[in-house]
Design a protein around this ligand. Structure first.
Ligand SMILES: C[S@@+](CC[C@H](N)C(=O)[O-])C[C@H]1O[C@@H](n2cnc3c(N)ncnc32)[C@H](O)[C@@H]1O
Length: 314
C-alpha cells in the first residue's frame, strides 16, 4: 500500500467551481483551444486500443468536446456525459444536437447515443460495475481528493474496465505563478496541481492496475499578460482553493503582477505553459507486477507499447 498523497491540492470550493463554469459556459468553446487539442490527443490514444465498450462515461464532460469524439468512435455504445454544471451540459446538448434529443424529467436527458447527467464526480448516480470505459478530459485538476474520486470511478467501472484521463501537472501556469511570486511573494492566486507520480499512486490505492502516465507540455503565447487571464476567465478556470487570498485584490498589486509577467516575455510573446498529464489504468482487483514497474507499480511506456498492451488485453 503506497503512502497517502504527499502533494495534494488545497481543498477546493465545489460551488465556486460550478458557478464559474456555469458563468463561462457561453464563452468556453471559443477559448478552449488547449482543451480541444487535448481531447483530440485522448481520442488518438483511444484509436490505438481495440476496445469495444458498451457503456462509456465522460466525467466533467463540459460542453462535450470529448463526448462527441467517443460517440463518433464507438457508435454502438451508450455514452453518458456527466458534469457539475448544468449550463455546460446545455452547451454539450447544442454540440450533440445533430442527434435527436428526447427530454426526460429534471436534469437528465438523452439522445440516440448520449445521456447528459448533471452530477458530481464524487457521487456518480451510476450502478456498481456498470461502465466499460471512463474518460475524463481536464476535469481532475478541479478535484482536491483524488482518492475519493478514483474510488468512485473504480466502483462504477467493471473489472478490467479502462479509465483514460488528462489533467494538469505542477508546471501548469508556471509563468503566472512566478509573476505573482515576484509581486507579493506567494503564488496562492493560482491553482495547485498534483504531480503525475502522486496521481499514479492514488490510482493504485483505489483498485486500479497498470497505471500508465506521461506528460506533454504546451506553451500558449499571447500579446499581453491580460490575454492569459482573459482566457482563463473565459473557460471558467479561476482559482477555486478555499485558502486563496480573500478580499479585493488591490488594483496596484494586480498591475504589479502584470508588470512582473511582462518581464517573462520571450521572443516577443507572453508565454503560458500547460503541463498536461495523460493517464490510463485498468480497473482490477490486483495490481499486476511487471519488469518496468517502479515500487509504486507505476510504469512509463511509449504509445506503441501502450497499443500492444491494450491489444493483448482485449
Ligand atoms: C476544463 S472543463 C473540461 C470540460 C471538457 N471535459 C472539455 O474537455 O472541454 C472542466 C469541467 O469539469 C467540470 N467539473 C469540475 N468539477 C467537477 C466535479 N466534481 N464533478 C463533475 N464535473 C466537474 C466543470 O464543471 C467543467 O465543465
Amino acid at each position: 500500500m503506497s503512502e497517502p498523497l504527499k502533494h495534494s491540492t488545497p481543498p477546493v470550493n465545489r460551488s465556486h467551481i460550478k458557478q464559474h463554469f456555469s458563468h463561462a459556459a457561453p464563452t468556453y468553446d471559443e477559448a478552449a483551444i488547449l482543451q480541444k487539442t487535448v481531447a483530440e490527443r485522448v481520442d488518438e490514444r483511444l484509436a490505438l486500443t481495440t476496445l469495444d465498450p458498451r457503456v462509456i462515461v465522460d466525467i466533467g464532460a463540459g460542453t462535450g468536446l470529448l463526448t462527441e469524439k467517443v460517440i463518433q468512435r464507438y457508435p454502438q455504445a451508450s455514452v453518458i456525459a456527466i458534469d457539475l454544471s448544468l449550463a455546460m451540459l446545455k452547451h454539450a446538448e447544442q454540440r450533440l444536437k445533430k442527434r435527436k434529443f428526447n427530454w426526460l424529467p429534471q436534469s437528465i436527458w438523452q439522445n440516440n447515443g448520449a445521456t447528459l447527467l448533471n452530477a458530481d464526480a464524487y457521487a456518480l448516480p451510476l450502478a456498481d460495475n456498470s461502465v466499460d470505459l471512463l474518460v475524463s478530459n481536464l476535469m481532475l485538476q478541479w478535484c482536491d481528493d483524488l482518492d475519493s474520486v478514483f474510488a468512485e470511478f473504480r466502483r462504477v467501472l467493471r473489472p478490467e474496465g479502462l479509465i483514460m484521463f488528462t489533467t494538469f501537472g505542477p508546471d501548469t501556469l508556471k509563468e503566472l505563478k512566478q509573476a505573482w511570486a515576484i509581486t507579493d511573494g506567494v503564488d496562492a492566486h493560482v491553482n495547485q496541481f498534483v504531480d503525475m507520480h502522486d496521481i499514479g499512486d492514488a490510482l493504485i490505492r483505489n483498485g486500479f492496475g497498470q497505471p500508465v502516465m506521461d506528460v506533454e507540455h504546451f506553451t500558449l503565447t499571447y500579446d499581453k499578460p491580460m490575454g492569459v487571464l482573459k482566457d482563463l476567465k473565459a473557460i471558467g478556470a479561476t482559482n477555486a482553493s478555499l485558502n486563496r487570498s480573500k478580499g479585493l485584490m488591490g488594483k496596484q498589486r494586480f498591475h504589479n503582477m502584470l508588470e512582473a509577467y511582462e518581464t517573462l516575455r520571450s521572443e516577443g510573446k507572453i508565454p503560458a505553459t500547460y503541463e498536461v498529464v495523460h493517464g490510463h489504468a485498468w480497473a482490477a482487483q490486483e495490481v499486476i507486477k511487471g519488469p518496468a514497474r517502479d515500487r509504486a507499480g507505476l510504469v512509463e511506456i511509449s504509445l506503441d507499447e501502450f497499443a500492444k498492451q491494450t491489444k493483448q488485453l482485449k
